[in-house]
Design a protein around this ligand. Structure first.
Ligand code: NAP
Length: 259
């Protein structure tokens, strides 16, 4: 596993489990399988409706809390300061923990001043209810605005990022600022996995197209990825990307725009 340094001196495992659409007993089972496969970074959100199940699976696992990296996100209907704080505290209760490692504003909401929402995030961080603060779905200029308004570093921007969605504007700035970019939908739900170049490169390394696509993200440095997987096969496949390296030529080839 690669660990990405965060401004608070801690770090984020570069590969995590995305949990959107995992519900009820399926969610508990998948989180349990993920922990057994070595995952220590779990991504959820109040909007996903699965924090209770994730909290249960984590509590039952016996994995020490300090080994886990837990991210949750507050939804757009809770951007006012009091609402945001209450929503985050409700998430903590459901997750059966006194803190998350990273708390994100799930989406921008122009109806509430960003300053107010960031004030809530800061208060929660000050109280130790989150160890880092961050944003999600913030394009470059909005990330800059959040950085200017926040009283502590924005540790992460979680955005759609994949071979098909390279985020060319955001990445150089985030890398330079040491803001971790967390890639969501990193496999584009499997859409591009039939690409011949992925298969050819994978064959050279004894890896699958999904593993090449995830490795391409992680190997850029400063990027974490949170693919969702529903079973042991995909879970193990996706975390099996830390025992090989793409060549510089392969990295460039995959980056090249395609018709
Ligand atoms: P994704 O991870 O790109 O794709 C998930 C799909 O890919 C599932 O159908 C899964 O199948 C399949 N898959 C997983 N591993 C595979 C493999 N090795 N080979 C072939 N297929 C594989 O898309 P996503 O679920 O949209 O995104 C991942 C996570 O990002 C979400 O779960 C959520 O945590 C986060 N997210 C955040 C936001 C936000 O606004 N911040 C928005 C969207 C998503 P199986 O399920 O059958 O394994």
């Amino acid at each position: 596993m690669i660990h990405l340094p965060l401004p608070n001196g801690r770090s984020m495992p570069a590969l995590g489990l995305g949990t959107w659409n995992l519900r009820d007993n399926d969610c508990v089972a998948v989180v349990r399988m993920a922990l057994q496969a070595g995952y220590r970074h779990i991504d959820t959100a109040e909007m996903y409706g699965n924090e209770t199940e994730i909290g249960q699976a984590l509590a039952d696992s016996g994995v020490p809390r300090e080994e886990l990296f837990l991210t949750t996100k507050v939804w757009t209907n809770h951007h006012r300061e009091k609402d945001f704080i209450r929503a985050a505290e409700d998430s903590l209760r459901r997750l059966k923990t006194d803190h998350v490692d990273l708390l994100l504003i799930h989406w921008p909401n122009e109806a509430v001043a960003l300053e107010e929402t960031l004030r809530a995030l800061s208060r929660l961080a000050h109280q130790g209810k989150t160890l880092s603060i961050g944003v999600s779905n913030f394009p470059l200029e909005l990330l800059k605005k959040a950085q200017a308004l926040a009283d502590r570093p924005i540790a992460c921007d979680q955005v759609p990022l994949s071979l098909d969605h390279p985020q060319d504007a955001l990445l150089p700035y985030a890398f330079q600022q040491k803001v971790v970019v967390c890639a969501y939908t990193p496999l584009e739900k499997g859409k591009f996995l039939g690409r011949r170049d992925l298969a050819e490169i994978g064959k050279r390394h004894g890896k699958t197209p999904a593993q090449v696509a995830l490795r391409w993200l992680i190997q850029q440095g400063g990027i974490a990825a949170i693919p969702k997987a529903a079973g042991s096969l995909h879970l193990r496949e996706n975390i099996g990307i830390f025992d090989f390296e793409l060549t510089a030529e392969e990295m460039e080839l995959l980056k090249a725009p395609r018709n």
